[in-house]
Design a binder for this molecule. Sequence first.
Ligand SMILES: NC(=O)c1ccc[n+]([C@@H]2O[C@H](COP(=O)([O-])OP(=O)(O)OC[C@H]3O[C@@H](n4cnc5c(N)ncnc54)[C@H](O)[C@@H]3O)[C@@H](O)[C@H]2O)c1
Length: 341
Amino acid sequence: MRIGLCGYGSMGRHHSQLFRKHIPVVELAGIADASAERRELAAQDHPGVQLWDSGQEMLANANLDVVFVCVPTYLHAELSVQALQAGCHVFCEKPMALQPEECQTMITAANESQRSLMIGQVLRFWPEYIYLKELCDSRRYGPLQSLSMTRVGGVSTGWQGWYLDERRGGMQIFDRHIHDSDAVLWILGQPRAVQSYGFSLDPHTAGGINHSFTHYDFGPELLVSAEGSADMPAGFPFTAAYRATFARACLEFNSRQQPTLTLYADGQASHPELPNFLEDVSSGLNISSAGPYFNEQAYFFACVRAGRKPATVTPESAMQTIKLVRAEIASCRSAKPVTIQ
Ligand SMILES: NC(=O)c1ccc[n+]([C@@H]2O[C@H](COP(=O)([O-])OP(=O)(O)OC[C@H]3O[C@@H](n4cnc5c(N)ncnc54)[C@H](O)[C@@H]3O)[C@@H](O)[C@H]2O)c1
């Protein structure tokens, strides 16, 4: 599989480093980035790989099988559609696109070209969240009663400050907190409504939401909430966490602790063994351990090789996640609950 990588920022570079673990299944055939500095870095990291000044130019000229879209979010739809129409399978980073209408355009392009489109909703490949879903589905400790999620950290700026521009990136509620919104949909399904509160105290952000609290309405017997922020002071470590209370147990995850996961059940605390996602992926690769971003790549490549549409994250589910976060933003702005369609 010849891969073209659009965007060599922090996420594109991260993906490119993981591609090495898939050799010889994949070959990094081209890297496109709008910044000369990033192209220089790409040349140092991947000597001999063909470089392009823009994703659009690479897609119009290179002969590729698979395209990774790792550009700022406002370019996701345009480049994904161009790649699909060029006959490539596409892995696009989350959020799928800024608006549901753009997501629909991407889905239509994937259907028409009969190529796979997968969005990088990486928590679906994250062992601690897979474990949580498994406990919810199996009801091993009874039904889930409450779930509180956290994703907080410092500000991201990105290329030309796009992270701080609501029209180009959607701001933290859309960009960072979306991981937890997606996990809620994946694990629990659609809430009846959302009630969110959020604000930004950063004068550079033109009012986009930088810190938010959401309550997801699943009825009186299940409480679900999530806090997201990108306004922690410098030095505050990025933290992803959850606490899930079941009828007969409590499961706690905290990315800053080691081990990260603790189960309180039967009167004692234990650290569950984390699921090995790759056992489920017949990728033909000889890899012993890997992180969630590698897991999602391995899954995507395995689907492409088998001619199977990725089912763990469908483009329709990723669009649903965009609609959910849009509802959360509307709720913040109106200070009212918003019903989910
Ligand atoms: N899954 C995750 O956990 C995760 C984490 C971080 C970022 N992301 C997502 O990844 C995407 C990229 O984020 P990032 O942090 O790498 O941003 P970034 O600003 O670090 O990098 C974006 C890169 O795209 C390049 N670019 C801009 N226009 C281009 C074009 N037309 N063609 C080619 N290159 C172009 C820029 O020069 C820049 O180097 C975003 O959608 C972001 O939300 C996902």
